[in-house]
Design a protein around this ligand. Sequence first.
Ligand code: SF4
Ligand code: SF4
Length: 106
Amino acid sequence: MPPRVDREKCDGCKAEEEPLCAQICPGDLMVLGENKKAYCRAARDCWDCMSCTKVCPVGAIETRAPYQLGYHVAKLIPMMGTNTITWTCIDINGKVERFRYKNRTT
Ligand code: SF4
Ligand code: SF4
């Protein structure tokens, strides 16, 4: 499923010429619209790597779990810490679970 951008939260990386989600997408899929809000320009080319979701500084991008796995309302939301990533998983019944992992060692 392609990333979904919350237009209320997205600030276009404060009008940077190339916002963070566009810089990091390996498929060059994230772009800014005329309204300076990001969107995925070719949803079927997205392979759910979630790089854009993780890099967004304002948490404006979320990934919907594929229909076959969780129907459209299920979500996975990452929160980047300094050395950790916390995933919030919301299932089709609204049940929330959080998983925290170290993603860097010093
Ligand atoms: S990284 Fe987030 S805030 Fe920046 S343009 Fe993309 S969606 Fe908007
Ligand atoms: S999930 Fe990955 S491939 Fe899809 S738009 Fe985001 S960065 Fe690009």
